[in-house]
Every structure is written in C-alpha cells, then in structure tokens.
Design a protein around this ligand. Sequence first.
Ligand SMILES: *Cc1c(COP(=O)(O)O)cnc(C)c1O
Length: 245
Amino acid sequence: MLDNQPISDQERIIANLAAVRANIESAARRAGRHPEDITLVAVSKTKPIELVKMAYNAGVTHFGENRVQEALPKIAEFRPADLRWHMIGHLQSNKARRVADSFDYVQSVDALHLAQALSRYVEEENKQRLPILLEVNVSGEQSKEGIAATETIALARQIVALPHLDVQGLMTVAPQVKDVEEARPVFRALRKLLERLRDEVPTASWRHLSMGMTDDYTIAIEEGATIVRIGRAIFGTRVYKGDQQ
Ligand SMILES: *Cc1c(COP(=O)(O)O)cnc(C)c1O
C-alpha cells in the first residue's frame, strides 16, 4: 500500500521546509512584518552534502555550518552561483584565512583579533568586503561564545573601522530553556542593542538580527529577527559523534 511506503529524504525535506516557511510567514504576519524580510539559513552541520542539495533544490539558498573542517569539503563540492555559505560556529583566528577564502558570510565574530585577521585575509586575496555579524552572549551564560552585551558597543566601533569587513548586524544563540517564552527577553535585548548601535555607531548598516533556531524561531521573528538559523526542523535530529556539538 502506498501509504506504507517510507518517504524519501527529498520528500521529507520538502515537507519540513513547507512547514518552516508557513511558520515563518505566520510569525511575521503576527508581528506586522513581511515574511520576505526574513532570510532562512538552513543549518546543515553533521548532515551530508546530499541533503544540502535536496534543500537547495527545494529553494533554500543560504546554508550554515559551525565547524570549518566539516564545512570546507562541502563548500568545495557544492557552490552554485546563488548559494551562500554562512559560518555560524566559534572560530579561532588561525582558521580565519580558510574561512575568508570559502565562506560568504561570517555570523560568529566575537573578538577584535579575529575580525582583524578576517579583514587582512580579505585584503590579501583582493576580495569584496566580507559580510559579518557580531555574536553577542546576551544571557551572559559562562559556557556561551560571544561578546558580553556591555562590551559590544566599544568593540563594534573598532570592528566597524576595519576596511575589508561589512558589519551588518548582530547574532545570538538563546539559552536552552524549558519554556521557549523564556527566550523572548533575550531576543528583545538583542534588538535593543541593535537599535543602540544604529545610534551610536552609525557607520555600519546594522540591518540584520540573526536569532532563532528550531525551538524558538517564531518567537525570534516576533521580536525582530531578520535571519533565522534552522537545522533540525529541516534536516531532522542530529546524531553526534566524538567532540561535535
Ligand atoms: C546548530 C545551530 C543552529 C541550528 O540549531 P537547530 O536547533 O538544529 O535549529 C543555529 N545556530 C547555531 C549557532 C548552531 O550552532
């Protein structure tokens, strides 16, 4: 019987994407926003390139990876002209060259020396300015990457002055909470910080707020997210091996 057939990965991704897009649209409408102002970044970490290709065939053009070693072979294998690869994970300066070489967007800039290294490599390679976001640790959790909220404005002034980066906004990862409503104040605080940056560091566009993942993206959109980073809701749960996170 047909309905006993296991569905294929392609069908599953198409169905998952339809659900995610519908949720993005209704969250945007609830907030009086336009769904087309929200960019979906499909987070493909731990997933094989075949699934990336399936999502691309279903209309996704932005993909996020959090580990340089895992991402580089994927990027080398699959890079159609309209696809953008986003670095979303913690990044050390010694990997800045490879990241500046391969990624189209870096969302996880959290230190001046990292920003300087990226700017220098972009210059050496004569590339266009690299779009970046500053990652902020809004909740102040010890275990989290990111710039302390209180230090963001001072650091932003220095990073915005680097010639080969295009600072476009802020990114955060909300704490894992039982009730996703608890993430709302974190998203709201990031938006407030962005508004202060628009006033106090007006030389950058500050147009993007990257916030919201599988468990909390509709709340993030209600609070102003322009980029959501979604993995499991598109590709399914991840199976971790070794030190991957
Ligand atoms: C893994 C990851 C995501 C996606 O998480 P899901 O819960 O699978 O949607 C988003 N942002 C960052 C920084 C991540 O590391």
